[in-house]
Write a protein that binds this ligand. Structure first.
Ligand code: EAX
Length: 342
C-alpha cells in the first residue's frame, strides 16, 4: 500500500502537514456526509392485515410512537393496516425483496418461509397465555427468531394473536363431531389444515384478506381466530356461533426486511428492537383486555357463545396431526415447549 506521507523534497514536514490536513478535511467531509445520510429523514411502512384499532394496530402504533421518540422524529413509521399492502404471506414476501420494511403477522404463513416456526402452530401445545409469553420471551423464542435471518427477514420480537376459537354460521359446535362437514377457512398453514381434516371439516386455506368477503358470500361456513380478531372485525355480522375451543395458541411476530435492516446504523437497529418491545407490550395488553370482555361483547352483538367445550375431546381428535407432522416440523422443539410447561 503506497505511503500516504509525502516523503520527497526539503519541506518534508510541510508536505506531511498538507497531507494530514487533506486527510482530516476528507474525514470531516465523509463524517458529516455519513451523519447526514444516517440521520436523513427515513420513512418505513409497517404492514398488518387487521384493522388499525385492533390488537396488531395498537402494537404497530406503539412501535411508531417509540421510533419517533427514539429518533427525535428522524424516522417515521407509516402503519399500513387492513391488508392494504397484501395478505400475510405477501407481506413476508415483500420483506424478502425489500418492498415492505416491517410487518406484524400471525405465524400462519410463516412456516412456509421458516419451517422451524411450524413447531409453534400445533394444537393444544401451549397451556395458557403466561406459559406462551414465558417460552416465547425466553431462550426458545430467541432461538426461533434467529431462524428468520437466513430467509431475508429479521425476527424482531414475538407478539400475540391469541388462542383461536371456531366460528360458523351453520350450527352450534359443541363436540368434534359437530365440526364434520363444515367448510372452515384455515390459515395457509399445513399443520392447521391437517388438524381440521382430522376433525372431519373441509379446511379451506386462504389469506385473511379474503375471509370476510368469503363469509359474507357464504362460500365458507366458518373460520377460526382469536377473540381480538372476531371482535375487531365485527364477525357477528356474518357468524352466528362461536365455540371457545382455544385449539391453538396463535403467536404473532414482528419482522423486518433484512435488506432495510442492513442499511440501518447500529444505533438505529437498537431503536427498532426497542420499538418492537413497545409494540408487543401494547398488542398483548389489547389481547388481555379483549379476552376479558370479548365474550360479553360477542353475546351483546347476537353471537351464540358456546363456552363449556370438551377440549380433551378436541385434543384427542387432532392427535394424529402430531403423529403425522411432529417429526417433520420439529418434534424435539415441540417436546421442549411441552417440558417447559410441566
Ligand atoms: O394475523 O389469518 C389469520 O387468521 C390471522 O389470525 C389473522 O390474519 C391475524
Amino acid at each position: 500500500m503506497r505511503a500516504i506521507f509525502n516523503q520527497d523534497g526539503p519541506n518534508r514536514m510541510g508536505g506531511i502537514r498538507m497531507t494530514l490536513r487533506g486527510i482530516l478535511a476528507g474525514a470531516l467531509l465523509a463524517t458529516s456526509a455519513l451523519t447526514a445520510t444516517s440521520l436523513s429523514a427515513k420513512e418505513m411502512n409497517f404492514a398488518i392485515v387487521t384493522p388499525p384499532d385492533g390488537h396488531y394496530g395498537q402494537g404497530a402504533k406503539a412501535f411508531a410512537e417509540k421510533m419517533n421518540e427514539l429518533s427525535n422524529g428522524e424516522i417515521t413509521i407509516n402503519v399500513k393496516a387492513g391488508g392494504s399492502l397484501g395478505g400475510e404471506r405477501e407481506l413476508l414476501e415483500g420483506e424478502q425483496i425489500g418492498t415492505i420494511e416491517l410487518a406484524m403477522t400471525s405465524t400462519g404463513p410463516v412456516g412456509s418461509f421458516v419451517p422451524e416456526i411450524y413447531a409453534l402452530d400445533f394444537p393444544f401445545l401451549f397451556n395458557d397465555y403466561a406459559s406462551a409469553h414465558e417460552i416465547l420471551d425466553g431462550e426458545i423464542g430467541d432461538e426461533l427468531l434467529a431462524k428468520f435471518e437466513d430467509k431475508g427477514m429479521i425476527g424482531l420480537a414475538w407478539s400475540e394473536n391469541g388462542f383461536r376459537h371456531i366460528t360458523n354460521s351453520v350450527k352450534p359446535v359443541q363436540t368434534p363431531a359437530d365440526v364434520a362437514g363444515l367448510k372452515l377457512r384455515t390459515m395457509e398453514n399445513q399443520v392447521h389444515i391437517d388438524a381440521f381434516k382430522e376433525l372431519g371439516a373441509s379446511p379451506t386455506p386462504m389469506s385473511w384478506t379474503e375471509v370476510l368477503t368469503s363469509l359474507q358470500q357464504g362460500t365458507i361456513d366458518g373460520q377460526e381466530n382469536p377473540i381480538p380478531i372476531i371482535v375487531s372485525n365485527n364477525m357477528w355480522d356474518m357468524q352466528k356461533y362461536v365455540t371457545l375451543t382455544g385449539h391453538v395458541y396463535s403467536p404473532a411476530v414482528i419482522t423486518m426486511s433484512k435488506i432495510h435492516w442492513d442499511q440501518l446504523s447500529e444505533e438505529e437497529q437498537g431503536w427498532i428492537r426497542e420499538a418492537a418491545k413497545a409494540g408487543v407490550e401494547a398488542t398483548r395488553a389489547v389481547v388481555a383486555e379483549t379476552e376479558t370482555n370479548g365474550v360479553a361483547t360477542m353475546r351483546e352483538n347476537g353471537m351464540e357463545v358456546i363456552e363449556d367445550v370438551d377440549k380433551k375431546a378436541f385434543q384427542d381428535a387432532v392427535q394424529p396431526t402430531y403423529d403425522r407432522y411432529g417429526k417433520e416440523y420439529g418434534e424435539a422443539m415441540i417436546q421442549r415447549i411441552r417440558d417447559a410447561q410441566k
